[in-house]
Design a protein around this ligand. Structure first.
Ligand SMILES: [Zn+2]
Length: 66
């Protein structure tokens, strides 16, 4: 059995400055950033993120305990 209390990371679309309730949650920062990028591309038509937005979003990642 895996440990019950696992830390997860969370990032919202709002963290990127978009008025949207999308929340990406996962086990690694890379995972949720990728999920956010995919969401932004499909839902907001953002084909690529400028480097400063990646930095901004990484700084907004929160750790949540489940
Ligand atoms: Zn969004």
């Amino acid at each position: 059995m895996a440990e019950e209390r696992k830390e997860r990371v969370q990032l919202t679309c709002r963290d990127a400055g978009v008025d949207c309730d999308f929340v990406a949650e996962g086990e690694s920062v890379e995972e949720i950033i990728a999920a956010c990028a995919e969401h932004a591309e499909t839902m907001h038509g953002m084909i690529s993120f400028p480097p400063e937005l990646w930095v901004k979003m990484r700084s907004r990642v929160r750790t949540v305990k489940t």
